[in-house]
Design a protein around this ligand. Structure first.
Ligand code: BDR
Ligand code: CA
Length: 314
C-alpha cells in the first residue's frame, strides 16, 4: 500500500475523507498532521484522535502542527460551517491516545525520509505545515512522490472571499510557498468539488453504516447540510476533502486536469488568497502548459458520493 501523510483541519469533510482513507486498502496512513483552519490545530488533533479511536486505529500517529498561519495569528475557525468543535457539535468519546510529540512538519519530514520517493502528501487544510516543512527541509520535494491539495478556485468564485477558497485564504503565504516548490502538485479546487454533493439520503446511509466512523460523520453532517442549504437550495453538502482523497486513492479519476502555472496572491489587496491559474486556452479543452507542474482538476469520471457510500455504507 502507498504511504500517505495526511494533513488536515478536521473538519466535517476532513472527517469523511479520513473515514474513506481508513477503509481503503490501497493506501497506508503513515501519519497525520493537523493545522488550524476549520478549527484550531489542537482541536483538529483531538477530533482526529477520537475518530481513530472509534476506528480502532490508535496505532496511527497524529501530530499537532501550526496553530498560527505563517504571517498572522489564528483568529478562530469556521463555527458557522463546521460547528464550534470542528465536527458539527457532535460529542465523540475523547481518545486515550495523545498526540505525537513532534510538530506535524517534522513528522512529515521524517516520513519523507523513511519512504524516499514513495510518500504521497494529501493536504486537506491550510498549507502552513507543508510550508514549514519546506523551510526546515529544503530537499523535501525530492523526497516525496507528489502532493494532492484540496484548495483554490481556478475560474470558480471563492468561498471565503469573492476570489479566495478557505484553505488558501487561511494562509496565503504558505500556499504561495507550497506552489512555488519544485514538486508535482495536484490541486482539487472548488471548480470541481462544488459539483460533488452528498444529500440527506446519502447521510442516512452513513448513519446506518456498520462503520462507526462513518456513523459519527453521518451525525456531524446534519449541521453541514444545513449550512449548504442556501447554496444548493436543498439539503446537500459539497464533498471537497473526500473528492481529493478518492482522487489520491484512485477510485475516482480526473478526466480533465490540465497542467497549468499557478501562483497565489499573498498581497494585502482584495485579491488576497486568490489562486491565479493560467487558464488561457482552456476553451479548446484541456490544454497543458509545457513545464507546468501543477495539475488543476476540473472534471472527473465519477461522482464521489456513490464511491464513498459504496465503501463506507456497503
Ligand atoms: C475546504 O475548507 C474547509 O472548510 C473544508 O474542510 C475544505 O478543506 C473547502 O474550501
Ligand atoms: Ca479541510
Amino acid at each position: 500500500a502507498t504511504p500517505i501523510y495526511l494533513d488536515c483541519d478536521t473538519g466535517i469533510d476532513d472527517a469523511l475523507a479520513l473515514a474513506y482513507l481508513l477503509a481503503s486498502p490501497e493506501v497506508h496512513l503513515a501519519g497525520i498532521g493537523t493545522v488550524s483552519g476549520n478549527t484550531s490545530a489542537t482541536a483538529a488533533a483531538e477530533n482526529t484522535l477520537a475518530l481513530l479511536a472509534l476506528a480502532g486505529r490508535e496505532d496511527i500517529a497524529v501530530a499537532v502542527g501550526a496553530v498560527d498561519p505563517l504571517a498572522a495569528t489564528y483568529r478562530g475557525g469556521a463555527p458557522q460551517v463546521h460547528g464550534g468543535n470542528g465536527i458539527g457539535g457532535v460529542t465523540l468519546e475523547p481518545a486515550v491516545a495523545r498526540p505525537d510529540p513532534r510538530h506535524a512538519a517534522d513528522m512529515l519530514i521524517d516520513l519523507a525520509k523513511a519512504h524516499p520517493g514513495e510518500l504521497r502528501i494529501l493536504a486537506l487544510g491550510p498549507l502552513t505545515n507543508l510550508a514549514v516543512a519546506l523551510e526546515r527541509e529544503p530537499s523535501l520535494p525530492d523526497l516525496v512522490r507528489d502532493v494532492v491539495v484540496m484548495g483554490g478556485a481556478a475560474l470558480a468564485p471563492g468561498n471565503t472571499t469573492p476570489v479566495a477558497e478557505a484553505n488558501i485564504a487561511n494562509d496565503p503565504e504558505a500556499a504561495a510557498a507550497v506552489l512555488r516548490a519544485d514538486w508535482d502538485i495536484t490541486l482539487v479546487p472548488l471548480d470541481v468539488t462544488m459539483e460533488h454533493v452528498l444529500d440527506e439520503q446519502g447521510r442516512k446511509r452513513l448513519l446506518e453504516s456498520p462503520d462507526p466512523v462513518a456513523r459519527a460523520v453521518g451525525e456531524a453532517l446534519e449541521s453541514y447540510l444545513d449550512f449548504y442549504l442556501d447554496i444548493y437550495g436543498y439539503r446537500a453538502c459539497a464533498l471537497h476533502d473526500p473528492l481529493a482523497a478518492t482522487l489520491l486513492v484512485g477510485t475516482v479519476t480526473a478526466t480533465r486536469a490540465p497542467h497549468v502555472p499557478v501562483v497565489i496572491d499573498d498581497s494585502d489587496g482584495p485579491g488576497r488568497g486568490q489562486t491565479i491559474a493560467d487558464m488561457r486556452g482552456q476553451r479548446r479543452g484541456p490544454v497543458d502548459v509545457p513545464g507546468a507542474r501543477c495539475q488543476m482538476v476540473l472534471e472527473t469520471d465519477l461522482q464521489v458520493a456513490p464511491v464513498l457510500l459504496d465503501r463506507l455504507a456497503g
